[in-house]
Design a binder for this molecule. Sequence first.
Ligand code: NAD
Length: 292
Amino acid sequence: ALPSVAWIGLGIMGAPMAENLLKAGYSVTGYTLEEHKLDRLAAAGGTPAGSVADAVRDADVVVTMLPADAQVAAVAHGDEGVLARARPGALFIDMSSVTPRISRALAEAGAARGLRVLDAPVSGGEAGAVEGVLSVMVGGHPDDFAAAEPLLRVLGTTVVLTGPHGAGQTVKAANQLIVAVTLQACAEAVVFLEKSGVDLAAALDVLGGGLAGSAVLTRKKHAFLARDFTPGFRVDLHHKDMGIVTDAARAVGAAVPVGALVAQLVAALRAQGDGGLDHSALLRGVERLSGG
Ligand code: NAD
């Protein structure tokens, strides 16, 4: 029989990921803060739980998909948390994008309780989550990776063990560096093209077919053309990730000068009240710098 799953955090990413497990035949008990998201899980065939402790009690696998370090720590620790309440031997897979430091700390605390912990952040956005084609970057022990792999392959098509605990988060931080810098370059190109009076749709089509083409350019084309910045991936979350990558790079002595600059541009966007928009709203920042 397939392992039973407890899923904590049913947001933009977590909800469709949990639903893909349900479609694949897994039993999923879920917990998240908003009531209506628990109703959505029930409608998809899952079992809503009243608390983290209730959700994880009988689960073979516990997955967390939460915003940041603070929420992961709140769900993991304490008398009612995953570490205290999951059954010994269970796999605890944190798929949130958090600091490598917290992933290593979770692994250590989990091992003391007989839990097998993996960090497994993802890339591919909401569309990748819905379609089950995410890239999953995993850190942890090879045996635990092997145990988790069938489940992770329901959620993603590229599932790779990248190293020990925290390595998945380090790779995800690099992913966010590349995405932010690429997105900023695309936004600059869009403003340049529009101010030059070139047909933007035609330009983005042909750019997408050349060396400038990228998943970022293709996936964000609609957002740029329609100026539709509905998230997607919120600026607030990318701001969090730029903090993770600039801190982690400084700790190992890696220079990330362009990343640091784009981190400032993301921070400025947030300071101007656009933190709740999709990160393609970097276009707004470039427009402001260009005089509107
Ligand atoms: P989201 O804000 O839509 O969802 C987060 C969910 O966590 C919410 O539903 C909330 O109820 C739940 N939550 C928060 N605190 C909780 C608590 N204490 N107990 C139980 N549930 C709690 O965020 P998201 O966009 O789904 O992102 C989740 C993670 O995935 C983040 O780390 C993000 O950086 C990462 N990520 C997001 C995307 C994307 O495109 N949105 C892509 C890749 C990775």
